[in-house]
Design a protein around this ligand. Structure first.
Ligand SMILES: *[C@@H]1O[C@H](CO)[C@@H](O)[C@H](O)[C@H]1NC(C)=O
Ligand SMILES: *[C@@H]1O[C@H](CO)[C@@H](O)[C@H](O)[C@H]1NC(C)=O
Ligand SMILES: *[C@@H]1O[C@H](CO)[C@@H](O)[C@H](O)[C@H]1NC(C)=O
Length: 374
């Protein structure tokens, strides 16, 4: 099992490469002279690789038990899942086990220019998807809200949408993600990120911003544009608690994401850390282009100033497992689709993936903000 991993990840360990690696490699003379010892060489290699595996396993256990990681972030521990997968891919397994209901905030004006294209691209990978709007549409699974289509009442629409989902659809999924009609979501990576958490933990995830104005140290909110995902328990707490005038804004105006953040914070819903194992963000409130190039704009760039966890922007600090990008127009949706679901790079070695470790609620540690800027 583990031996397979090694050959997949390091194709150069195949016999044949080794002759070249010890310097006096090339000539035919050398190769024929060495043929007798090939068996021994293979044996030696096997011995070496088993030693490496044992060392790796030892290190694995040491790291886990020493508790040196800020969060049990997973990749270093093999869940017993792997062997139980059978012919099912990891994505298929996660589709069954981490059910995600997506809801997209839109308006009739954008049904044919945005919503329909989301349906044809990332939307089809949600376990369920609904478009929250003010008029029905034959081609879309819509939920018609009573609030008017005005930007100023986005907070009101969001409350109405989540209450409707809680009352009518809470058994359809484990997690409930709100997205805009110019968001792109990678559902596979979202499920992979959520896998360690039980939907019974009161928690939500997204791109984390520090709360502006006077606030407690751990108070934050998630960008509305890159979307945020609530556990089933967080959904229940929100739907049952939002009438509390001391905790949630009763009017429908103000910034939707900020009000959502305040309300959930006051209701005791935890703001989860959505970064990957290498502490790279997985939700981006900008498009990849902006996230890659914002390194050129200086440290006063708004993303740096307000990010709860410090954003570094450069080519190699975007996560390899991103969940969400914002400001993706409907033409770009198809470009994302092509490059992620059709495109193959000839000769690229397959990556061995393992499920992250489950996290119990009592061992959940959410790191404080690491952004020194206020
Ligand atoms: C996996 O195998 C089962 C039975 O062997 C089969 O019914 C099922 O369609 C297979 N699934 C896939 C995704 O190949
Ligand atoms: C919150 O208030 C609305 C409007 O008055 C009401 O319809 C709803 O039932 C209330 N929700 C709860 C959980 O009390
Ligand atoms: C914020 O921090 C306070 C004090 O450490 C803690 O009691 C509270 O549970 C935290 N709130 C959330 C939502 O994490």
């Amino acid at each position: 099992m583990a031996g397979e991993c090694i050959t997949l990840e390091n194709p150069s360990t195949y016999p044949g490469f080794h002759y070249n690696s010890n310097g006096f490699a090339s000539g035919k003379y050398y190769r024929s002279g060495q043929r007798i010892s090939t068996n021994r060489l293979v044996l030696l290699l096997l011995l070496l690789s088993s030693t490496l595996i044992v060392l790796y396993a030892y290190w694995d256990v040491m790291v886990l038990t020493a508790g040196t990681l800020p969060l049990a972030r997973g990749t270093s521990s093999v869940d017993s899942m792997e062997s139980g997968l059978g012919n099912e891919s990891l994505a298929e397994k996660l589709y069954r086990e981490v059910r995600v209901l997506c809801w997209v905030l839109t308006t009739p004006k954008y049904h044919k220019t945005r919503a329909i294209h989301i349906m044809r691209t990332w939307g089809k990978r949600c376990n369920k998807i609904y478009f929250m709007t003010s008029e029905p549409d034959d081609e879309l699974p819509t939920v018609v809200l009573t609030k008017p289509d005005r930007y100023e009442v986005l907070w009101g629409k969001t409350k109405e949408a989540f209450v409707h989902i809680h009352e009518q659809m809470r058994n359809e999924a484990d997690w409930f993600i709100k997205a805009d009609d110019d968001t792109y979501l990678f559902l596979e990576n979202l499920r992979y990120m959520l896998y360690p958490y039980s939907p019974e933990i009161p928690i939500y995830f997204g791109f984390n911003y520090k709360m502006v104005g006077t606030h407690q140290k751990n108070e934050s909110y998630m960008s509305g544009g890159s979307g945020y995902v609530l556990s089933r328990e967080a959904l229940r707490i929100f739907a049952e608690g939002l009438n509390d005038t001391s905790k949630c804004r009763q009017e429908d105006d103000h910034a939707e994401d900020v009000e959502m953040g305040k309300c959930l914070f006051n209701l005791g819903v935890k703001a989860g850390d959505s970064r990957d194992e290498q502490l790279r963000n997985r939700f981006y409130p900008v498009a990849p282009f902006g996230a890659l190039l914002s390194g050129n704009v200086g440290l006063d760039f708004w993303l740096y100033t307000y990010a709860y966890y410090n954003v570094r922007s450069c080519m190699d600090c975007l996560s390899e497992y991103p969940v969400a990008f914002h400001y993706v127009n409907s033409k770009q949706l198809y470009v994302y689709e092509y490059f992620n679901y059709q495109f193959q790079l000839s000769g690229r070695a397959p990556v061995v993936e393992r499920l992250p470790k489950k996290i119990r609620e009592e061992e959940l540690v959410i790191p404080e903000s690491d952004n020194p800027m206020s």
